[in-house]
Write a protein that binds this ligand. Structure first.
Ligand SMILES: NC(=O)c1ccc[n+]([C@@H]2O[C@H](COP(=O)([O-])OP(=O)(O)OC[C@H]3O[C@@H](n4cnc5c(N)ncnc54)[C@H](OP(=O)(O)O)[C@@H]3O)[C@@H](O)[C@H]2O)c1
Length: 182
C-alpha cells in the first residue's frame, strides 16, 4: 500500500519503519506538510490539538481511508464527538482510530513477545479491513471495539487508564482474548 503518515515523531516515524519493513511504501510528512494525493491510506500522528493546523498544510487530502492515532492532553473541542471525527471532517474518507492505546516506545519489541500483543481499533465499515491489515503488518493482533461512533471516543477516553497503568509499569503491551485463545 501507499501510506502517507502525517507526523514524523515517535508514532509516525515508528509506524513508518514497521510498515516499510512489511513491504509498504510510506510517505512521511512533517510539520511543513506536503502532498498526500498518491496515498491509499492516510495516517494522522500529530498532537490532538494540532489536527486542523497539521492537516491544513497537506494537499491532496480527499476521501482516502484514514487512520487517526491521536490523543489529546488539552481541553476538548466539543464540536466533534472525537478527534477521529474531526480528522474525518477534513479528509472525508472511511475512518478508523487505532494505535492510540499502544506505546511507540515498545514498537521495536513487538516481535520478541511470546504472544502477539493486541491493539484496539474502532472503524467505519470502509476502513475496517485495511486498518486490521495495517495493525497486523505492524505486528499486533487487531481487536475491534466497534464503529467509529462511539468506538473512537471510547478509545480516546481510555487514555487516562493507559497513563495510570504506565505510571505503575512503564510502557506496556496488552492482550485481549476470548476464552480458549490464550
Ligand atoms: N508516543 C506514544 O507512545 C503515543 C501512543 C499513542 C498515541 N499517541 C498520540 O500520537 C500522536 C503523536 O504522538 P508522538 O508521540 O508521535 O508525538 P511526537 O513524537 O511529538 O511527534 C509529533 C509530530 O507531530 C508534528 N507536529 C507537532 N505540532 C505540529 C503542528 N502544529 N502542525 C503540524 N505538525 C505538528 C511534529 O513535528 P516536528 O517533528 O516538526 O516537531 C511531529 O512530527 C499524539 O496525538 C499522541 O497523543 C502517542
Amino acid at each position: 500500500m501507499d501510506i502517507t503518515v502525517i507526523g514524523r515523531g515517535h508514532v509516525g516515524g515508528g509506524l513508518a519503519r514497521l510498515w516499510e519493513r512489511a513491504g509498504h511504501r510510506v510517505n512521511g510528512l512533517g510539520r511543513d506538510g506536503g502532498d498526500a494525493s498518491g496515498a491509499d491510506v492516510v495516517v494522522v500522528a500529530v498532537p490532538g490539538h494540532t489536527i486542523a493546523e497539521a492537516l491544513g498544510k497537506v494537499t491532496g487530502l480527499g476521501g482516502q481511508v484514514t487512520i487517526d492515532t491521536t490523543n489529546l492532553y488539552t481541553a476538548r473541542d466539543d464540536t466533534f464527538p472525537s478527534l477521529a471525527h474531526q480528522v474525518k471532517s477534513i479528509i472525508g474518507g472511511p475512518t478508523a482510530k487505532s494505535f492510540s492505546t499502544v506505546f511507540a516506545a515498545t514498537y521495536d519489541r513487538i516481535a520478541e513477545q511470546r504472544v502477539t500483543p493486541s491493539n484496539f481499533y474502532a472503524a467505519e465499515p470502509g476502513a475496517k479491513e485495511i486498518t486490521a491489515q495495517l495493525i497486523r503488518d505492524a505486528g499486533y493482533d487487531p481487536v475491534f471495539v466497534g464503529d467509529l461512533t462511539p468506538g473512537a471516543r471510547l478509545l480516546e477516553d481510555s487514555s487516562g487508564l493507559t497513563r495510570a497503568l504506565a505510571a505503575q509499569m512503564g510502557p506496556f503491551f496488552y492482550r485481549y482474548a476470548a476464552p480458549g485463545q490464550l
